[in-house]
Write a protein that binds this ligand. Structure first.
Ligand SMILES: NC(=O)c1ccc[n+]([C@@H]2O[C@H](COP(=O)([O-])OP(=O)(O)OC[C@H]3O[C@@H](n4cnc5c(N)ncnc54)[C@H](OP(=O)(O)O)[C@@H]3O)[C@@H](O)[C@H]2O)c1
Length: 295
């Protein structure tokens, strides 16, 4: 069976392509040059002509400052293009999976947020992604919208998790924000969840992230470094400066402070997820294996 993947060159898209191919899907992944998502007709044609039984959208403008600087492009790629994919899938009967983000959620109250929690994006990126969720749902009720957070686990496209480890291995100074909270999602878990849910009659919004209590970027980096020490990749825990979000003047766009999601609905569907600590340890091991050590 054929699967069409948009955004196949991205952090999640690369992993999705590999996992789908390994699971026996015949994968088509048009590049940005093959199909520019700013061109709605090209998006529609890509779906209609693909003969795909499943369409997975891993594409997005995911940089917060990029969205701030060009809200129109953010709107077109994060909302209009996914809506065109959903409409085309309604026409062909293909299953449609769209990736979204914890940044659509209200981010002021601490605690885990479920799929019924109020959405109140704090920035242009979140607004464009929320609009994407709404337009996709309107176009195709059966579409599956997977909200993911702090995506990591693709060593070829390092996230802050892998970057912290890489800096520590290089002996570079370390600093991380300690008062902004979410939960990491391993890209390999996103791909696994997509493949498990494709044949099932599950639609709507689903939170896909690690389990456990909300963590800060500082907490995540510390867990990764502690694991690297336990594995012998680092001789000792390096010092790491704790930063406050309010002092992070290098961010030009607003970051929501509390967007950690509950993965209870996913678990209730019988799909297990690792805890955040397990995710971070797995991601550290994968990164070390790929780039530094032979284990
Ligand atoms: N990264 C995170 O921590 C995070 C957190 C929460 C949610 N998410 C969501 O998870 C999904 C995957 O994110 P990611 O981090 O894996 O994405 P990513 O690495 O930023 O990759 C984005 C992909 O979209 C493609 N793309 C962007 N503009 C395009 C255009 N105009 N036409 C065609 N393709 C275009 C890119 O292709 P080119 O590179 O060739 O332009 C790339 O393949 C997104 O929906 C994102 O919003 C991510």
């Amino acid at each position: 069976m054929k699967m069409l993947i948009f955004g196949g060159s991205g952090r999640t898209g690369q992993v999705m392509q590999r996992a789908a191919t390994a699971a026996g899907w015949e994968v088509q992944a048009p590049t940005h040059a093959d199909c520019d998502l700013l061109n709605t007709q090209a998006v529609t044609a890509a779906v209609l002509e693909s003969g795909a039984a499943a369409v997975v959208n891993c594409a997005a403008i995911s940089g917060l400052e990029a969205c701030l600087d060009d809200p129109l492009t953010a709107h077109l790629v994060n909302a209009v293009a996914p809506a065109a994919m959903a409409l085309a899938c309604r026409h062909t009967g293909a299953r449609f999976v769209h990736l979204s983000t914890d940044y659509v959620l209200e981010g002021q109250r601490p605690g885990l947020k479920n799929e019924s929690t109020r959405c109140k994006p704090a920035n242009v990126y979140g607004l464009s992604k929320r609009e994407g969720e709404q337009q996709v749902t309107e176009a195709l009720e059966s579409a599956l919208i997977l909200r993911v957070s702090w995506v990591c686990g693709n060593p070829a496209k390092p996230s802050f998790v892998e970057s912290s480890l890489s800096k520590a291995l290089a002996g570079a100074p370390l600093a991380a924000i300690a008062d902004k909270y979410s939960l990491p999602t391993d890209a390999t878990d996103i791909a696994r969840v997509v493949l498990e849910l494709l044949p099932r009659q599950v639609g709507g919004v689903l939170h896909v992230c690690s389990g456990g209590e909300p963590l800060s970027w500082y907490d995540c980096a510390m867990i990764v470094l502690q694991h690297a020490v336990a594995l012998g990749a680092l001789p000792q825990l390096p010092p790491m400066q704790q930063q406050l979000l309010a002092q992070a003047t290098f961010f030009r766009e607003v970051r929501p402070r509390h967007t950690a999601m509950s993965n209870e609905r996913l678990l209730s569907l019988g799909i297990p997820m690792p805890t955040a600590v397990q995710t971070l340890q797995n991601v550290a091991e994968r990164y070390l294996k790929n780039y530094h050590f032979g284990f």
